[in-house]
Design a protein around this ligand. Structure first.
Ligand SMILES: [Zn+2]
Length: 107
């Protein structure tokens, strides 16, 4: 069973930090570190030097940095709220995620 209840492409709201309240899509999950990369959230500026051999221009690149999974909450499409996720087993034995606020199945 997934320890993390988030999945790639989930819509999540950021709960802490400078991007608190922002909503974005999960681009990547780092399971070992319990971190997720959220589109447009926690942007950091990377100052890169031009490298003529690799043809990369120098300058400042903006890039998302991963945030800890405890700092995001999955958005529920049914009630459009950030919510806690529960997992329950359906009658045919499948595990599904559901919204603890409105009980709607999220998967
Ligand atoms: Zn809901």
């Amino acid at each position: 069973m997934d320890k993390l209840k988030v999945r790639q492409n989930d819509k999540v709201m950021v709960l802490a930090g400078k991007d608190r309240g922002k909503v974005g899509k999960i681009l990547k999950i780092y399971r070992k570190k319990d971190r997720v990369l959220v589109e447009g959230v926690n942007k950091v500026q990377r100052h890169t030097k031009a490298n003529p051999y690799a043809q990369t221009p120098g300058g400042i690149n903006e890039k998302e940095a991963p945030v800890h999974v405890s700092n995001v909450a999955v958005m529920c499409d049914a009630c459009s709220n950030p919510t806690r996720i529960g997992v329950r087993t359906t009658e045919d034995g499948k595990k599904v995620r559901f919204c603890r606020k409105c009980n709607e199945i999220i998967d």
